[in-house]
Design a protein around this ligand. Structure first.
Ligand code: ZN
Length: 891
């Protein structure tokens, strides 16, 4: 309690003698009122303004009862109510439920002010009753009541601003939204303490991650952080400025049944509800459907079962590959559980409608864990919608981030996870400290999946390992790319209305941010799985940002599911023989040799069994190491030391010998061939080799023309790069385009996104380049991008060998110069589909082949453009591929 300034009348004087009745200054002792933070703060004006106005009115009159009337408790009460309403309305931005919730919180915080007003009213009544000759004791009591009111208002403003008066960092300049952000978590009882989404400005995502905050997105030039009460206080104490994100707006009932008459019914299911909870749902589908069995693979901290649904034949089949789908490591990601439940229902539907699905269900052991974290999930339905962690106690804090608690790379650093129990990315006291994590690790060790997806929300990404170290690429990168695709052609579309992106962006997980102890590093490194984390939806819809709170809407959830389903089916399909798989979704298969970099180091990816006896030769054999980061069950990366830009090299493995010639290299070095740089500059600060790299943020970097010799048909474009974008922002991207007609037309051949602070190589294979003059250009728009050792590598002999498949598609000619090409079906006694994809992966032609016949593709009638095409023959699990070059003379 602040000191009360005593009235200044002489002791012992009679009431009549001491008129006019003196008043203390009231504001002298206040902390928040006088703080710098108060300046420019609208909440400051709203809270203190009416009190100051009353004091001015009281100063203009002399009589005790007039002064008492100037501090009209009823009017002040109304002013405070109005202030609370105004602050709530302003912050909720039109969202009714949020506004009501904020009003309730503010009223709770303002209770001491209301009490002070009540006692002021009582003291004022005493003064008015005694007037005109008011005894000193009564006047003093009234003065103390006014001072108490000022003090209470000051405390209210301070607490709701989240400012620690004693902070050595000095007062913070914070606006109304932080008042509310702090209030959201302010209630002292845990029951009322909720997580909220805050937008933090003036801080990089990495610094927030480093401080252990739960970074979930980007919006309006700020970083989105979800924080509970302790984390909100920590955010404020560290000096970060934050504003509260409004709760998602209600979604308009678009796309409903005829006439829009269908009532909106809730879709999401809590865990425990005995009628419609997840456990009840799982139980009932397992009872009703012979294709579904239900297992409990362990218990949560609070004793809930961790459920695994198996679809297909009962029991483990030694000849059936395991494929695992997990969901909702993070409690608040309800749409992920919907994805898992829908996948079970789809796979378990009566056979007959979809032959591919039916054969996959029979041929695989499919496991679905719909809620990996049932305690946290249930808690989001009862207590805190944005809760993320488990519910085990750790000192005064609760919960562990399960996706930082796995036993591979656990606690590698404090950026990818936090040692602070209050943090929402707390990794736990030890690896697999959580019973939920242990249950999953034990179960999967007994049923090691060939392929796996862990479903999360949101950001619209398909992420694969490694996750813990920036710049690292998986040894199985060609397999991951065949399955997930690239930004030019991804395995999954996003057709949700209002989404920020129309596709799911594939890539190593650190492009979002590096984490440690996550599921994919565990599943790939420990179990050899092709492991993906799919972040469902971009978090934006027609109503704007919704983040984790994907609408409770059957139509929208159905759309999300049908967008994500093809990738899940591709994984089931590929599990039989991942290296031999060619994805119809991405149009890619796995080449037996990938040249990832030709300068300053040679990096080549070859089949894993052949790696130890492979050779890299530049005149003489060059020493290399085998990089087995993150699994490498199928492929291995051979990496030589940096050795400059010698013109030719070859790679030998398992009887194959592929040779290459560098046709052009640039690393922005002074003696390099000149490039056309438009707002790109040579930078000496960051470089992969030599003394410089190219750096641009808004600009274009165009290569000089490169003549491809007539003896070389296929070239690789390989380059090293770092980029400082964000995978929270799909619009931040950079592209690579190619022209072979002197710049009249440019074709998109690569696109990079995300945050990559460490150098890593990218490569694109281009076929049909014989005798052409090519140029490439690199363009970035608002993302800092640095490029080094950009190499055009000609494949001079036997360079790309299709792997896998048990037959060969034989064309009548290749390259194709006539109007029709005949394609011989690879298998004499099997029927199937023959499909042609263009360079961007678009299907351009498809034919059902009934037997081992020869099929004709009429290019002339179809106006098929010249270029490279991928022809895929598919029959059950058998796949064959052919790279077909079309080089017709234009009519
Ligand atoms: Zn998540």
């Amino acid at each position: 309690m602040a000191d009360v300034v005593p009235p200044t009348h002489a002791a012992g004087a009679t009431p009549a003698e001491r008129a006019p009745y003196d008043m203390p200054e009231f504001t002298r002792s206040l902390r928040g009122f006088a703080s710098v933070a108060g300046l420019q703060s609208r909440s400051h004006a709203l809270v203190f303004g009416p009190l100051l106005a009353a004091r001015r009115s009281a100063m203009r009159v002399q009589a005790a009862q007039s002064r008492a009337s100037a501090f009209d408790a009823a009017r002040l009460r109304k002013s405070l109510d109005d202030a609370i309403a105004a602050i709530s309305a302003e912050s909720a931005e039109g969202d009714g439920p949020t506004e009501r919730a904020l009003t309730a919180r503010l009223e709770e915080a303002a209770a001491p002010v209301f009490e002070a007003l009540d006692s002021l009213r009582a003291r004022a009544d005493d003064v008015k009753r005694a007037a005109p000759a008011v005894p000193a004791a009564q006047w003093d009591a009234w003065c103390r009541a006014v001072q108490h009111l000022f003090d209470a208002a000051d405390a209210f403003w301070l607490r709701t601003s989240g400012i620690a008066p004693e902070s050595r960092r000095g007062p913070l300049r914070l606006g109304i939204p932080l008042v509310l952000a702090m209030l959201l978590g302010w209630s002292p009882g845990a029951a009322g303490a909720q997580h909220a989404t805050l937008r933090v400005t003036g801080a990089a995502p990495e610094s927030l991650l480093r401080a252990g905050f739960d970074v979930v997105g980007a919006a309006g030039g700020g970083v989105l952080v979800v924080a509970g009460p302790q984390e909100q206080a920590r955010l404020a104490s560290l000096g970060f400025a934050a504003t509260l994100m409004p709760a998602p707006a209600a979604i308009p009932p678009a796309g409903r049944g005829p006439g829009g008459a269908q009532a909106k019914s809730p879709v999401y299911r809590p865990f425990d509800d005995p009628i419609r909870g997840v456990a009840a749902w799982a139980d009932s589908i397992a009872r009703a459907n012979p294709r579904v069995s239900l297992d409990t693979i362990g218990s949560s901290y609070e004793g809930r079962p961790i459920l695994a649904l198996k679809v297909g034949p009962r029991g483990d089949g030694p000849l059936r590959q395991n494929v695992a789908f997990l969901a909702t490591y993070h409690a608040r990601e309800w749409a992920a559980t919907e994805m898992a439940l829908r996948l079970v229902a789809y796979l378990a539907a009566p056979p007959g409608l979809d032959a591919r699905r039916d054969s996959l269900v029979q041929a695989r052991d499919i496991w679905v864990v719909p809620v990996a974290n049932p305690d946290g999930y249930q808690y989001t339905f009862t207590s805190d919608r944005l809760w993320r962690k488990t519910r085990s106690p750790h000192g005064t804090a609760v919960g562990v981030d399960m996706n930082r608690n796995h036993t591979v790379n656990w606690g590698l650093d404090d950026i990818g996870s936090s040692p602070i129990p209050d943090s929402d990315i707390y990794r736990g006291p030890s690896a697999a400290s959580e019973p939920e994590t242990r249950a999953i690790e034990t179960f999967l060790a007994a049923h090691p999946p060939v392929a796996s997806i862990s479903y999360h929300t949101y950001t619209g990404l398909i992420m694969y390992p490694p996750t813990a170290v920036y710049g690292q690429l998986p040894a199985d990168l060609p397999v991951y790319r065949a399955l997930a695709g690239t930004n030019v052609r991804s395995a999954a579309a996003d057709n949700l209305p209002g989404s920020l992106s129309n596709y799911y962006s594939p890539g190593p997980a650190w492009l979002l941010y590096a984490t440690n102890g996550d599921y994919t590093d565990f599943a790939s490194a420990r179990l050899g799985a092709l492991a993906f984390t799919q972040e469902l939806t971009t978090g934006y819809g027609q109503g704007g940002y919704y983040g984790f709170e994907f609408p409770d809407d059957e139509t929208l959830l159905g759309q999300m599911f049908s967008d994500a389903l093809p990738f899940a089916l591709d994984l089931l399909d590929a599990a039989a023989a991942p290296r031999a798989f060619t994805s119809a979704s991405t149009g890619r298969g796995v080449d037996a040799l990938t040249i990832e970099s030709a300068s300053p180091a040679i990096r080549a990816i070859v089949p894993a069994p052949d790696a130890p006896r492979a050779a890299v030769i530049r005149d003489a054999p060059v020493p290399f190491r085998v990089d087995s980061a993150a699994g490498g069950r199928y492929m291995r990366r051979l990496v030589t030391a940096d050795s400059g830009r010698e013109g030719a090299f070859s790679v030998k493995w398992a009887g194959n010998n592929a040779s290459f010639r560098l046709l052009a290299v640039s690393g922005a070095e002074p003696h390099d061939q000149p490039w056309i740089a438009d707002q790109f500059v040579a930078d000496t600060l960051l470089r992969r080799a030599g003394t410089r790299s190219w750096k641009g943020t808004n600009g274009t970097l165009t290569s000089p023309p490169v003549a491809v010799p007539a003896a070389i048909d296929t070239v690789s474009l390989a380059f090293w790069n770092v980029h400082f974008g964000s995978n929270f922002s799909p619009l931040l991207k950079a592209t690579v385009e190619m022209t072979v007609d002197g710049g009249s037309t440019w074709t998109l051949i690569a696109m990079v996104r995300g945050f990559a602070p460490e150098w890593y190589p990218e490569e694109v294979v281009l076929g049909g380049m014989r005798g052409k003059t090519m140029q490439v250009r690199f363009r970035t728009d608002a993302m800092q991008w640095q490029l080094d050792e950009i190499a055009v590598v000609g494949h001079t002999a036997n360079a790309v060998v299709p792997s896998g498949g048990d037959g060969a598609i034989v064309p009548s000619e290749n390259p194709v110069r006539l109007g029709t090409v005949r394609l011989k079906w690879p298998w004499p006694d099997k029927s199937g589909d023959l499909i042609a994809y263009d360079f961007s992966g678009r299907e351009v032609w498809r034919r059902r082949v009934a037997d081992g016949s020869t099929t004709s593709w009429d290019l002339a009638t179809q106006n098929v453009a010249n270029g490279v095409y991928l022809v895929v023959a598919r029959s059950g699990a058998s796949v064959a591929r052919l790279k077909l070059f079309v080089a017709r003379r234009t009519p």
